[in-house]
Structure formats: structure tokens, C-alpha cells
Design a protein around this ligand. Structure first.
Ligand code: GLU
Length: 307
């Protein structure tokens, strides 16, 4: 074990100024492209899960990876949230405004001896991309280097509400992983864990494409002494070629002119009973009342002709 008693309060704990509630869910899109039907499924499911349990639901824009930001997509996300009448229970935060917070957490991890600078290039990692810890004991200066988190050689498991038990031994599957890139970009794993904690998130509902990231996030949360979260990974909507809908696959942007129809289709894809076509907020209300997690299709993909 790298530590026996994880530090119970991270340096930025004073910023966790949200009142702690029993259920706070979130929708956390990255503006790497416009929202598509798969994003709508995540937004609807995370919203209905939270609201059907009397919880709160918040929106966060995950935009730390500046080079991957797609021009105009941030505006499109906000327009969609408006058109689909999703209301965040807290002001929307943008991760690019919070870089000093992530940096403070990195420094805290450094004082705990849990991170180190690494100068290895991707090429040096070899074909399986499992990092062997080459720089772990070199004590390299942090300036202009990637920062990696040390991991233990032990399985990490969690019980996903839809996908069941999921485990990974990070040492064997991945190696010490990057929290900050050499170019200074804060990695998604760090920003997501810190913000879920600081925003008082208790339940994570997101696409099954992120299932394999979860053990990394659990490990980092454990290193920081953060409370455990509940996870639910939704099956992914596929297009007619059998590829998951994604920004990379050029999935069609959500057309806000057809919000009610798209909302009804998203609920159908999630196996939920039909809702009457109406204005989106009314439809969402009905969806929340009727919401049944057990009806969500099993597995990691939803077959259908989604674009
Ligand atoms: N920002 C991520 C994405 O758009 C989602 C992160 C998460 O839900 O944990 O794919």
C-alpha cells in the first residue's frame, strides 16, 4: 500500500461549499463537438435518476483539454440545455476556469509523495501502453514534465448499478497514470474527481465508454480521502453501422427545433414508458414520475437506428 491512512481533508476541502445532500447527480459534457443523441440519453438518464430519488442535478462543462475544444460546441451545449429545458440546480461551472484548484490538488499529492514527474514519451511506453514506472524514483523536477499518480498492485472493484461488478488491477492494466500532461493540460481524470468532490456529487450516471476510467477515478479519490461515489454506466446508442454515436464518429448534432420528439426517442431508447409530446419540461416531469431503472436495456450498447 502506498498509504495506510489516506489524508481525510484535501487542501481544497474548504471550497466544498455546497451543502452535502444525499443525492446530487451531474451531466458533464466536454465541448469537443456538439451534443448528439447519445449525449441526450446521458442527460435524460442522469436527470431522471436524480430527480426520481428527490435528488439534485447539476451541469458542468469539462473543457480542460483546450486543443480538443470544437469551436461553437460550448454554445451548442448551452443552447440544447435551454431548448430541452434542463435546469441545473447550481450555476454551471467551466473547468478551464478552475486550473489553479487542480494545480493545488497536484501539489497536495506531491507533498504526500503520491505523484512524480515523468519524461517518458508515448513511444517509450511500448506497444501495450502499460507504463512500467521508469521515472518513479528519478525525482525529476516538475517543470514541463508529465505528472503521474502512483498506483498499487491490487485490484480495484466497484458495483455498477447497471453493469454489475467491474474490477481492474491498474498496475497490470495501465501502470502509474498521467494527471497532468507535459504540455500543461490537466487530465480529465484529475479534473473530474476533484470537481465531483467539490461539487458534492454523490452519483455518477454516464456512458459505458467511461466504465474503464472508473477504477482510476476511484483510486485517485481514495488517495485524496474523498468519499466513495455510486456509479451507473449507461449502454451506448449505436449508429446504423454499429459504431457508438460519438463526436469522433461525426454523430449528428441535436436539432433543438425537434426537442420534444428527440426527448421522447431518448426515453424510448432507455426502455421507459412513452411520455406525451409536450413542452420539454413537462415531458421531463412525466418521465421522472414514470422512471424505472430496471427497464434500461442491459449491456453496454443499445441497438437501434440512431444518428
Ligand atoms: N466529459 C466527459 C465526456 O463528455 C464525461 C465525463 C463524466 O461523465 O465523467 O465524455
Amino acid at each position: 500500500m502506498l498509504f495506510n491512512n489516506p489524508p481525510l481533508s484535501a487542501p481544497v476541502s474548504q471550497e466544498r461549499n455546497q451543502q452535502v445532500v444525499a443525492y446530487r447527480g451531474r451531466f458533464a459534457p466536454s465541448p469537443t463537438g456538439p451534443l448528439h443523441f447519445g449525449s441526450l440519453i446521458t442527460a435524460v438518464a442522469s436527470f431522471c435518476e436524480a430527480k426520481s430519488q428527490g435528488g439534485e442535478w447539476i451541469v458542468r462543462i469539462e473543457d480542460t483539454d483546450i486543443p480538443r475544444i470544437y469551436p461553437g460546441s460550448e454554445e451548442h451545449i448551452l443552447k440544447c440545455l435551454d431548448a430541452f429545458e434542463f435546469e441545473s440546480d447550481a450555476p454551471i461551472i467551466f473547468q478551464k476556469d478552475r486550473l489553479d484548484i487542480y494545480q493545488a490538488v497536484l501539489e497536495h499529492l506531491h507533498t504526500q509523495g503520491l505523484v512524480y514527474a515523468c519524461q517518458c514519451t508515448r513511444k517509450m511506453l511500448g506497444s501495450n501502453h502499460i507504463y512500467q514506472g521508469t521515472c518513479r524514483d528519478l525525482n525529476l523536477p516538475f517543470q514541463d514534465q508529465a505528472i503521474r499518480l502512483k498506483i498499487d498492485d491490487q485490484p480495484i472493484c466497484f458495483n455498477d448499478l447497471l453493469q454489475g461488478q467491474h474490477c481492474s488491477n491498474l498496475k497490470q492494466d495501465l501502470g502509474d497514470f498521467v494527471l497532468k500532461r507535459r504540455d500543461g493540460i490537466i487530465n480529465y481524470q484529475l479534473a473530474v474527481v476533484v470537481d465531483d468532490y467539490l461539487q458534492g456529487v454523490t452519483h455518477v450516471v454516464r456512458g459505458a465508454d467511461l466504465l474503464d476510467n472508473t477504477e482510476r477515478q476511484i483510486w485517485l479519490g481514495q488517495c485524496l480521502g474523498y468519499p466513495k461515489l455510486s456509479y451507473m454506466h449507461l449502454p451506448l446508442a449505436m449508429n446504423d453501422r454499429g459504431d457508438k454515436l460519438s463526436k469522433q464518429n461525426h454523430a449528428m448534432a441535436l436539432d433543438i427545433a425537434h426537442a420534444p420528439k428527440l426527448l421522447a426517442q431518448a426515453l424510448q431508447a432507455l426502455g421507459q414508458p412513452p411520455v406525451d409530446l409536450d413542452r420539454p419540461s413537462i415531458m421531463l416531469q412525466q418521465a421522472v414520475q414514470q422512471w424505472q431503472r430496471d427497464l434500461i436495456p442491459k449491456g453496454t450498447s443499445i441497438q437501434g437506428i440512431f444518428q
